[in-house]
Design a protein around this ligand. Structure first.
Ligand code: MRU
Length: 338
């Protein structure tokens, strides 16, 4: 069976592949109201920074349609659009695309809003290929002394088509290395508590025929210390102006381990994930999610959790940030790839 689109605009409503059901079930959600879209975003049925940006753009189009149907005034429309923007706080793409469409499109003209939203989807598809190719070329250059053997890459969370459209970001880089014929094995962290690595990345890699092994998150620094990876490649939810990177919880420990092992730690993300208005990681809002995501099923009833969904990797642990336009090496490191 062909996999349905991750996200699509279908004549007045949104269709989304329900990422909470994968990999065991292919379920498509039909979203016709702002409330349903906010639920889909907060439950992570729709997720991943670039896809959240597209969902935000579609959300404005949806709000305009719903507002017309239900006779909302301008204040109600603005407040419903605000709910979409605030559904998840860390990935800057969501609020950014909502703000961009709200500022540029004519909210009195649903067709113009829909055109603008579809352009955001097209851009997400296009830039992912550029990030993938540039990132793979950078890594081949960086690891030129190791190319006599197939490269082994460690990754975290899910950064493929499901999260970004197109080829993805970090997973797109991995896919480009595979297409170049230089990739050996990928190590995928399971990515607790919601298991985006185990459920989604393993599913995508399986479909692409890319060899991979699943690792418990806690094993990752040890595996890196044992020389099982030549590089770590991850995505980002927001990159501050100074190069600090917010990404799925567990990313920071990979960066520390990569530095200790002397291997590159590369972040692949679209330019739209770079937030010049946020000076450093200290100002990035980190989403705190429900205790139950962590406590279920193992902890005794009443156990409280610390469920931060993202962490901050300081810029001085980042070898390079690869976007569709450039490669930024935040600070000069002992790992000098160029
Ligand atoms: O909570 P999620 O699944 O939306 O988190 C996704 C990630 O952390 C990804 O690594 C990130 O968005 C970067 S690339 C899609």
């Amino acid at each position: 069976m062909e996999t349905p689109d991750v996200l699509a605009w279908r004549d007045g409503y949104i269709e989304a592949l329900d990422q909470t059901a994968l990999p065991h079930q292919i379920r498509v959600l039909r979203i016709a109201s702002v409330g349903d879209l906010v639920d889909a975003i907060t439950s992570l049925a729709i997720r991943g920074a670039p896809v959240l940006g597209v969902a935000g753009a579609f959300g404005v189009a949806l709000a305009v349609r719903q507002g017309r149907r239900e006779g909302w005034d301008a204040a109600r429309l603005a407040s419903e659009i605000g709910r979409v923007a605030a559904a998840r706080p860390t990935a800057v793409n969501l609020a950014r695309e909502v703000a961009a469409i709200t500022a540029s499109a004519d909210l009195a003209d649903p067709a113009s809003v829909e055109r603008a939203a579809l352009a955001v989807l097209d851009t997400a598809n296009r830039v992912s290929r550029d990030i993938s190719v540039r990132g793979a070329a950078y890594l081949r250059e960086c690891l030129r002394d190791r190319l006599d053997a197939p490269l082994r890459v460690h990754t975290h969370c899910n950064t493929g088509t499901l999260a970004c459209l197109g080829w993805g970001t970090a997973l797109g880089v991995i896919r480009a290395l595979h297409e170049d014929g230089v990739l050996g094995q990928v190590i995928v962290d399971e990515t607790r508590p919601l298991l985006q690595g185990a459920r989604l990345t393993c599913w995508e890699l399986g479909q692409l025929g890319i060899e991979h092994r699943l690792a418990a998150d806690g094993a990752a620094p040890f595996l890196i210390s044992q020389g099982l990876a030549d590089a770590v490649v991850v995505g980002a939810d927001r990159i501050a102006a100074n190069g600090d990177v917010a990404n799925k919880i567990g990313t920071y420990s990979l960066a520390l381990a990569a530095r200790r092992a002397g291997i590159p730690f590369v972040v692949a993300a679209p330019e739209s994930t770079i937030d010049e208005d946020t000076p450093s990681g200290a100002q990035i809002p980190i989403e705190l999610r429900a205790d139950e995501e962590v406590t279920t099923p193992a902890a005794p009833a009443g156990t409280r959790a610390l469920n931060y969904a993202f962490d901050i990797t300081p810029a001085d642990l980042v070898t390079a940030i690869v976007t569709e336009q450039r490669i930024v090496e935040p600070v000069s490191l002992e790992i000098n790839c160029r």
